[in-house]
Design a protein around this ligand. Sequence first.
Ligand SMILES: [Zn+2]
Ligand SMILES: [Zn+2]
Length: 133
Amino acid sequence: MSHRTGRSAVAAEPPSAFDVPPTVIAILGLPELTKLTDDQVRGADCIWCKASLTADTAVDFGEQTSPAPWSTSVIGMRWYPRACPNCTADRAHRGLLDHAPDCADCRKQPAPGAPTQCETARALYRLVREGRR
Ligand SMILES: [Zn+2]
Ligand SMILES: [Zn+2]
């Protein structure tokens, strides 16, 4: 029974409503198609830990096009990576640690503790927060 009542109609938008920018997806590092199962390719399972996903919790990376090694097509194959919030938060956290020292936008933070002006870092922070909810 998963019937929901009350405030859910006006609840905050689910994580999947958040479009993860391509630069952030690159930092998170999607696995290669060859290493994935069919369920992972179509977005049913987490691309990292293979956990089954539900629409409520999955982080959606949108439609991706990657070259498929078994195909001679230069256009690539379309696939639909999704991940569980835990894996995403984990990777976003590590991505932030790697990204910030090399990013000019991150370094020119207006004041200590002020929100960063860097869009990439903000998106990564958001993924970390959502995964730890
Ligand atoms: Zn996972
Ligand atoms: Zn940055």
